[in-house]
Ligand binder design. Structure first.
Ligand code: MN
Length: 245
């Protein structure tokens, strides 16, 4: 029995190779996956469960059949797909998790999160985050027409991309103090997150205790996943083949 984690696939219509790679991944894990955690930014953009999702039909079907066959699927919001809602969860047979949660894994308890919450040096982003995670803001956004929502989402994405390229590396990475605080608050010595696109396994000294922070990678030229079973964990990357299309 294995537990799998992925994040930051950033699926979008322009990259059908990523969706195909994910479908293939789901196929390879279906025999031994006890649970699958989708830790955010699975989708490059999400403007509401009522918006069309071109190119995602077979993915939705496959996730649902994975779940119907007994694999528990969990979903955490990322900073791009934070508007994924309960009706999409039902479509794929998944459970929406709180943005920070402690889970029992075969290797012990771990705190899991998308990871943007850890980038507290990026004050501008943290401000933006509290705006768009506000339920009143979300309700108002979701009440707009699809066209309006698309145009607002595009604007927000362009501004964010432009600003991110202007920021130094340390600002867009996690703040070490926030990491320790989050581990402390959760009373665990293992953290799993994505978001920073800096896949690694970090050893942390947590007040004399040894802790680990596992960072998932984003999917682009390579795909990344974390496999956890009673033997331990493996952070695995593989090549994503670009088909001729
Ligand atoms: Mn992210």
């Amino acid at each position: 029995m294995s537990v799998y984690f992925v994040s930051d696939l950033h699926l979008k219509p322009e990259r059908p190779d990523l969706t195909r790679a994910f479908l293939h991944f789901l196929h390879t894990i279906q025999e031994d996956a006890d649970s699958l955690f989708l830790l955010g930014d699975i989708f490059e953009a999400w403007i509401g469960d009522d918006a069309p999702t071109p190119g995602l039909e077979s993915l939705i079907t496959q996730l649902k059949s994975l779940s119907d066959n007994g694999c528990k699927i969990f979903f955490q919001h990322g900073n791009r797909d934070f508007l994924v809602g309960e009706s999409f969860m039902q479509m794929i047979g998944a459970t929406l998790l709180p943005e920070i949660t402690t889970e029992h894994l075969p290797v012990g308890d771990a705190v899991i999160l998308h990871g943007d919450q850890l980038c507290t040096d990026d004050q501008e982003y943290m401000q933006f985050r509290s705006l768009v995670r506000d339920s009143a803001w979300q309700q108002e956004f979701l009440s707009k027409s699809l066209e309006e929502r698309l145009s607002i989402a595009r604007q927000l994405r362009d501004t964010s991309k432009q600003r991110t390229t202007e920021k130094s590396d340390y600002i867009t990475d996690v703040n070490p103090h926030t990491v320790k605080q989050t581990l402390d608050d959760s009373k665990v010595t293992l953290m799993i997150h994505g978001h920073t696109h800096r896949p690694a396994i970090h050893e942390i000294d947590l007040n004399g205790q040894q802790a680990k922070r596992i960072v998932l990678g984003d999917w682009d030229q390579l795909g990344w996943y974390l496999k956890v079973d009673s033997d331990g964990f493996d952070l695995i990357s593989f090549e994503i083949k670009k088909a001729a299309d």
